[in-house]
Design a protein. Structure first.
Lengths: 924, 274
């Protein structure tokens, strides 16, 4: 094999030093104690922030779009109907036995009485830039008052005769009645003052005189003493409602008497249970809501108010604890539902975070010890990465960003990036020491010659991460911001902390090959460099018979691009959070069992708003909704050929149920009444029987209502057909009588999936364009900048193509691969081309410049790639399957990026550059 | 005593009768809290009351709904009867409720509901006293005359001022788990006017969902020698958020009205409407 001059020459050619970074290194060394002190103080501050304020968030909302119409609609829904996700507890056993029901009742009562310290109870996470309609107390009284005044004024005009008041009020979309002879409506503000009361007048004073008493108002602080909110009163429950077989509403009518009660109030005797079982399992409204279809799974829905993710997690663990305490043979319990999903993910993520963080640092330690063979070569890089991680999580806490399943990868990612920067600087430092420079000179030289490419690589990685700012998913966008900050911090520490640590090294050569000669790495680099080297053919010679190796390399690159490019068309979308859990994890098993036996733990909501001037008591609208309900229930998931919808809950049910009850439970009357007045009467009746339930189904003025559709968890992209089915049904059956929109946290998440590909293309496109421009500007050479994009782009095409060929789908985690990979691939390319350009400008010889580049940067490139690869391989130890897959894919990309850079970049340089007069000659 | 009977008792008892009070039934210097509460509960009330009632419910989002009801009540040996006929809005006009609230706690109350679209009245039976009355902030138990033996009281302040009245400030706690469950309250603070011997404001701790309920009694006027609040406002609050507010206004309030007759409290009258 013909060979170019050996790259592992003991004499290291000098490279141009950057004057700014030279001065920077001198400054850091001169005031090293000051810089060290400031760095450590900063680290302590960020560590404090991270320890005290950092939160985890793997709720459905964290991955739903924060600014889309779907999210806005979801917030509208929550304004009107409150929290849409709740805990679902499954109890498995022989349900219709006295023993089981006794245990179920006990569990039910324990949940009902659940009292915990939940500081955020009632607080809803606000979407930026959005105001909810909810009032606050006590100042919110003003808005109530304003509304009331407006209503009274409007109503008063219709109520001259008093009892004709409501005649026109209903057409305004509500029940607004009138009667201005009731006096003004100026009560609201009085709620603002609910203290102990004013100072009482002395008994011997002039008697009760409100005017004079008002002037003697007691200390306002004392007045507020009583009104300190809930205070420390014990015995309250954080649970708003528990629904189960024990208390599910039952309205029955017999012999002209309507009984409104609870299914098991009183608890039926054992002899009545077989009949009750038959009755319950035949009730389509109970099956899927409180009982599974086979009668072996009871379900308890535990509703709470909005609260922070952290507090929701506390509730989850408390419910788990209660379940553990109540679980016995024949009474198996499990907790599921969207809040449980978020809490379980947080738990798993935290465990993974600890494991991957520790393993990554341990792997780095080994790699650094292997590379630099001295504690001084280890302390600096480890200090850089640990501080970068601390500063990043501290800044996230300060900015109010939560750690999600996505930002979970940041510690290991920053370890890799930080180590990469450090290795490049330390490698040059080591070579400079080998050349006989003093410790101080070697530090300054290494910083002055390496800082520019390290800065470039940092900037390009930051651009790759910042491109996620354009993603519609909040979790992705925030991860991009935090990651970019972390990469910047890693660079800063590499240029401050690392030189300071090296300044304490007086003797060690940090494992330099002082004996000379080749090692395996040198031989690998020789092979790579010569892969496209044709002896006797000068650089810049046209491709032909005399350049077989170069031609082979370029054809191979083209083939790789073509095959992998074609394979990217095979990529599929897949998003199924339940599958992230290990298959034997109890929470996953519970979700799957409820899906299978009960009919689903995920809810989609329809928000139905009557057209202006109407309300949801409109019979024609209700008939349309009835058809829509049947249409939605009929959907069969084409993937498993099973019905997707487990149950629906809407105003229709209560109207029909009440109608049947008022007709002596005759099933023939389980239908909508024949007139609008009939609807109004039935709702009036139901309002008396179950006002809380009605409030969950319709707004106070009955202009809006909702339908809850309980569905099984399936891959989110598979919901696309279901959402189209819903849309078709809305068009067919509702017409212009109302606006009907599908929403809910789960639905919002599904809608994000549809945006994943555009997110991917947007963020990658932005990163690619920005990095191309940056490369051209940094290298100040259009041709070289454009050449650089080939080894930058090819690894991305290659990995995406491999994913397509291997059937690995795009999901929420590996969606990031393209943008992260380009950030990584660019690093190698910048180091390679920067040093090529610097040497080529000085000496004018293409081969010499390539040889110098491989000599100067080759080892560091391979070392950093090995470290990055190892670092990302750490993720394969994660329990969350999606994170493991992500790590494996990025590690593969790192290897691909290195190989493509080492094998194909020299071929491109040899094709587009030719030898020229050296700079020194030109200058002379 | 069933919840729906409390509904009727509510509007009747609380709104028409139980809040009626002759002045100065007990010395303003009294500090025995049980005596005070007993005097409040046992105070003289009127009979044969009539009124028009407007109930306005505003939810946390500021959406409101108003209903106007005509009500009449009459005592009988062993209890109270009440007839409520909805006047407006149009889609509930002539819907009517007739209830009989028995003084004997063991006996279930009776209630009939007339829905015009069915053209017949139906007897209603329910047991949930902590449920909201007509979707308002008032529960059926709010409207029931309290059995003072089921509560423990504590005098927090012998003299405070609230709503322009010199009051006792009293803490009230249900002493039995049953009462706690039925009312839904853990405890209440009650400001009782010394001059009028009626509550002028209350604050109650709602167990479910850790909510607080504030009530104000206002426009207190004398009707037939008894002090009657003509406005009751109730607000439910969770944390710093208003859940909902209900304002009840009364007019044409009369006691001992000779127009109230026993025949007003029959199913036939219930179905006749306004």
């Amino acid at each position: 094999m013909p060979s170019s001059p050996h790259i592992s020459t003991p004499e290291h050619p000098r490279e141009t030093e950057n004057p700014f970074f030279r001065r920077w290194a001198e400054l850091v060394l001169r005031f090293r104690w000051l810089f060290l002190g400031l760095t450590l103080v900063g680290s302590a501050g960020f560590a404090y922030l991270a320890a005290t304020q950092l939160t985890l968030d793997n709720s459905v909302e964290a991955f739903a779009s924060s600014n889309s119409n779907a999210r806005a609609l979801l917030e509208d829904f929550r304004d009107e109907f409150g929290k849409d996700g709740y805990f679902i507890v499954m109890a498995k056993g022989d349900v219709f036995t006295p023993e089981f029901l006794g245990r179920l009742e006990k569990l039910h009562r324990t949940f009902e009485a659940l009292d915990m310290d939940i500081p955020s109870l009632g607080q809803r996470k606000q979407v930026k830039g959005r105001k909810t309609k909810a009032q606050t107390a006590p100042t919110g009284a003003r808005s109530t008052q304003a509304n009331t005044k407006a209503a009274v004024k409007a109503a008063g005009a219709n109520d001259a005769a008093g009892n004709a008041a409501g005649a026109s009020a209903t057409t305004a979309g509500g029940d607004d009645a009138a009667g201005d002879d009731f006096g003004g409506d100026d009560f609201g503000d009085d709620f603002a003052d609910f203290g102990e009361g004013e100072a009482a007048e002395k008994p011997d004073s002039a008697g009760p005189n409100p005017a004079s008493a008002a002037k003697k108002t007691a200390n306002p602080k004392a007045d507020r003493k009583i009104d300190s909110g809930w205070g420390d009163e014990a015995g309250g429950s954080i649970v708003d409602e528990v629904t189960s077989l024990i208390n599910v509403r039952q309205t029955t009518g017999k012999g002209g008497t309507l009984r409104v009660g609870k299914l098991m109030d009183p608890m039926p005797p054992a002899s009545a249970l077989p009949a009750l079982k038959k009755q319950v399992l035949a009730d389509s409204k109970l099956v899927g809501q409180v009982i599974g279809k086979s009668g072996t799974h009871a379900v308890l829905s535990v509703r709470t108010q909005f609260m922070s993710e952290k507090d929701s997690e506390k509730v989850y663990w408390q419910l788990k604890k209660i379940c553990d305490e109540h679980e016995t043979e024949g009474f198996e319990l499990g907790v599921a539902g969207p809040p449980a999903l978020g809490a379980a993910l947080n738990d798993l993520m935290l465990k993974d975070l600890r494991r991957t963080g520790l393993v990554a640092i341990f792997a780095m330690l080994l790699a650094l010890i292997f590379l630099f063979r001295h504690p001084m070569g280890v302390i600096g890089p480890i200090g850089v990465v640990v501080q970068a991680a601390i500063w990043t999580f501290g800044a996230m806490a300060g900015m109010g960003l939560s750690v999600t399943m996505l930002s979970n990868i940041l510690p290991a990612f920053l370890v890799c990036v930080g180590i990469g920067d450090s290795v490049h600087i330390q490698s040059v430092y080591r070579d400079a020491r080998l050349d006989g420079r003093s410790n101080r000179d070697a530090i300054i030289y290494s910083v002055a010659t390496t800082a520019i490419p390290v800065l470039f690589t940092t900037l390009t990685t930051m651009v790759g991460l910042l491109s996620f700012r354009f993603a519609s998913v909040g979790g992705i966008s925030e991860m991009g911001t935090a990651g970019a900050w972390g990469v910047g911090v890693a660079l800063t520490h590499s240029l401050i902390f690392l030189p300071i640590m090296l300044s304490f090294n007086t003797k060690s050569m940090l494992g330099a090959n002082t004996a000379g000669g080749d090692d395996n790495l040198d031989r690998f680099l020789d092979l790579a460099r010569d892969f496209s080297f044709d002896k006797g053919s000068p650089a810049g010679a046209p491709l032909g018979k005399k350049t077989p190796r170069r031609r082979r390399a370029l054809i191979l690159a083209l083939l790789l691009a073509a095959v992998c490019g074609l394979a990217t068309t095979q990529l599929n979308l897949f998003h199924h959070p339940i599958t992230w859990f290990p298959s034997d994890l109890p929470v996953r098993l519970t979700f799957e069992e409820i899906d299978r036996e009960v009919g689903g733990t995920a809810n989609v909501q329809l928000l139905i708003e009557a057209k202006e001037g109407r309300n949801v008591k409109d019979l024609a609208l209700l008939r349309g909704l009835e058809k829509l309900d049947a249409h939605i229930r009929s959907y069969v998931n084409p993937v498993d050929n099973m019905v997707l919808v487990g149950n629906t809950i809407s105003l229709l049910d209560v109207i029909k149920e009440t109608n049947q009850s008022l007709h002596d439970d005759d099933p023939a009357f389980y239908k909508l009444p024949d007139t609008d007045r009939g609807v109004s009467d039935l709702l009036f009746m139901f309002e008396n029987a179950g006002p809380a339930q009605l409030r969950r189904l319709a707004t106070n003025d009955l202009t809006k209502t909702q339908m809850t559709i309980r569905v099984r968890w399936i891959d989110a992209s598979s919901y696309a057909g279901f959402t189209r089915h819903i849309e078709t049904g809305i068009k067919q059956h509702i017409g212009d009588r109302a606006t009907v929109k599908a929403t809910g946290a789960i639905y919002s998440l599904f809608s994000v999936i549809a945006n994943l590909i555009s997110d991917l293309m947007n963020s990658f496109g932005i990163a690619f364009a920005a990095i191309t421009v940056m490369m051209v500007l940094m290298l100040k050479d259009l041709k070289l900048g454009l050449i650089a994009m080939v080894p930058n782009l090819l690894p991305i095409v290659a990995i995406m193509g491999m994913m397509g060929l291997a059937g690995i789908p795009i999901d929420m985690a590996n969606l990031l691969i393209a943008s992260i990979a380009i950030g990584i691939a660019v690093d190698d390319t910048i180091h390679l081309l920067h040093h090529f350009q610097a040497h080529y400008r000085l000496n004018g010889k293409v081969e010499d410049a390539i040889t110098f580049t491989f000599s100067h940067s080759g080892r560091a490139m391979v070392s950093t790639s090995v470290i990055l690869c190892g670092g990302f391989c750490v993720y394969t130890t994660a329990q969350m399957s999606n994170i493991g897959r992500f790590g494996m894919l990025v590690a593969t990309t790192v290897v691909l990026a290195l190989l493509i850079d080492l094998l194909f970049s020299p071929a491109l340089l040899r094709t587009f550059y030719k030898d020229k007069a050296p700079q020194q000659t030109v200058d002379q | 005593m069933t919840a729906h009977n409390h509904l009727t008792t509510a509007a009747v008892s609380v709104l028409l009768i139980t809040l009626a009070s002759p002045a100065f039934a007990i010395a303003p210097t009294e500090t025995d809290v049980n005596k005070i509460m007993k005097a409040v509960e046992d105070r003289a009330t009127g009979d044969k009351g009539t009124a028009r009632l407007r109930m306005k419910i505003t939810d946390g989002a500021g959406r409101s709904r108003t209903r106007v009801v005509q009500s009449r009540t009459m005592k009988f040996k062993g209890g109270t009867k009440q007839l409520m006929i909805f006047e407006s809005p149009a889609d509930v006009r002539n819907t009517a409720l007739l209830s009989v609230d028995y003084d004997a706690g063991a006996k279930d109350d009776d209630q009939w509901l007339y829905l015009p679209s069915l053209r017949k009245s139906t007897r209603i039976s329910s047991s949930d006293k902590s449920g909201a009355f007509m979707g308002s902030d008032l529960t059926f138990s709010d409207m029931t005359k309290k059995d003072t033996t089921q509560y423990t009281y504590k005098l927090l302040k012998a003299e405070v001022k609230a709503g322009g009245e010199v009051c006792w400030l009293i803490e009230s706690r249900p002493s039995s788990a049953k009462e706690k469950r039925e009312t839904g309250y853990l405890k209440s603070l009650v400001w009782i006017s010394k001059a009028k011997l009626i509550p002028v404001q209350t604050k109650a701790w709602v167990r479910e969902g850790k909510k607080l309920k504030y009530t104000k009694f206002a426009r207190i006027k004398k009707v037939d020698g008894l002090w009657i609040p003509h406005r009751i406002a109730v607000r439910t609050v969770r944390g710093k958020k208003v859940v909902s507010t209900t304002v009840l206004d009364f007019m044409q309030y009369k006691l001992n009205n000779p127009a109230v007759k026993a025949t007003d409290f029959t199913q036939r009258r219930l179905e006749k409407g306004l």
